[in-house]
Design a protein around this ligand. Structure first.
Ligand code: TXA
Ligand code: MG
Length: 350
């Protein structure tokens, strides 16, 4: 049975949190809250512990993990060399939802990097994550705390829904603020390449370090000619039980009309339908189970709810989710990246 402990991020009970740190130090795995999503943590320098993460998640072993730290001093011992642009980004954007891929040092076990010569490093901003990493006094390897392929988890309950009985403990500190996984930037190449969009946007990165390249597979279909540079991005991802269809149009009215048309068709065919709407369109879908992702004018609200909403539709037994597209710009790029993968590239343009 998985133990759940609640920690108030505004008033951290160190004695209680120490229990989680001890589990990490003993080579077991613990789900930890971060500002992006919940992570499934293990001592990054203990390969046996790290193996347990892959087993609990059912994660393919060729998909490398992110190493989480609480102090900048740690970067030196984990990496081979630190590019100048990485220094700028760490200065300005750490702690936060930004992961940097750098050359790895020899202390990083091969199981973490899936044999690559690079390592992904992130300093989370969440006070509970940072305090826990400090107490454990080891770098913490942590992928998202979901069963591989499912939507990532943004609450402790989601973690239990996926992993109850398979992990030692969940540290519950409420809902994750950002709601999507961190931005992953490869700084071993010039220009740096955005491997995964997230809460830190291309605009924020370019304002600090100049032009970056955007991996073409972020929105495009993966094919033998078009393979993603982040190994993990090639797998089926973020998939709820329900089938997901996205409707995209520059014209909001056309978009809504098409969603309604598809919803009616599916309902007629006897399928249970859910609609991902937005504040701007929520009142257009009466008669259907429509849940709002958030406000188009503040895409952060949509990012924060996306995974939770996909899971909620599953909980309600929905078979087909019809989702409105949002603008693929800044945080919207991260939202559409996750949504398109959840839909298995099923996007209807109108
Ligand atoms: O927000 C996050 O990043 C969360 C929280 C827990 O920190 N973690 C997370 O981990 O999303 P995960 O394992 O679900 O995603 C890590 C991504 C994968 O796409 C993986 O392929 C990529 O980072 N990655 C890790 N190491 C890499 C490396 N050395 N080179 C290229 N991509 C790498
Ligand atoms: Mg993941």
């Amino acid at each position: 049975k998985t133990k759940l402990i609640k920690i108030d991020p505004e008033n951290i009970d160190l004695q209680k949190l120490k229990e989680a740190a001890d589990i990490l130090r003993e080579g077991e795995i613990v789900a930890i809250p971060t500002e992006t999503v919940y992570g499934l943590g293990a001592d990054a320098l203990n390969p046996v512990a790290v193996e347990k993460i892959f087993k609990a998640k059912g994660r393919p072993s060729d998909n490398p993990l992110i190493v989480h730290i609480a102090d900048r001093e740690r970067v030196g011992e984990l990496t081979g060399s630190i590019p100048e642009k990485a220094v700028v980004l760490m200065d300005k954007l750490w702690p936060g939802p930004l992961t940097l891929v750098m050359k790895k040092s020899s202390i990083i076990p091969g199981v973490i990097t899936a044999g690559l010569d690079t390592v992904a490093i992130r300093m989370p901003e969440h006070p509970v994550a940072r305090e826990l990493i400090r107490l454990a006094d080891v770098p913490v390897a942590a992928p998202s705390a979901n069963v591989s392929g499912r939507p990532s988890t943004t609450t402790a309950q989601h973690v239990l829904d996926d992993l109850d009985g398979k992990i030692q403990m969940v540290v519950d500190a409420g809902s994750s603020r950002v709601g999507l996984e961190s931005t992953v930037l490869d700084v071993t190449v010039e220009p740096p390449v955005l491997l995964r969009p997230g809460g830190i946007t291309p605009g924020q990165l370019e304002a600090l370090i100049g032009p970056i390249e955007i991996d073409r597979t972020i929105l495009g279909k993966i094919s033998p000619e078009n393979t993603p540079k982040a190994p993990g991005m090639k797998y089926t991802h973020y998939s709820p039980e329900a089938q997901v269809v996205i409707v995209r149009s520059k014209d909001m009215k056309k978009q809504v009309d098409k969603v309604i048309e598809l919803a009616k068709e599916n309902k007629k065919a006897g399928r249970s339908v859910g609609i991902c709407s937005t504040e701007q369109t929520a009142n257009r879908y009466s008669g259907f189970l429509a849940l709002s992702l958030g406000d188009r004018n503040s895409p952060e609200t949509i990012a924060a709810r996306l995974f939770a909403l996909l899971r909620e539709f599953d909980g309600r037994g929905v078979e087909v989710i019809i989702a409105e597209a949002v603008e693929e710009h800044e945080v919207g790029l991260a939202i559409m990246n996750r949504l398109i993968k959840a839909a298995g590239y099923h996007v209807i343009e109108v």
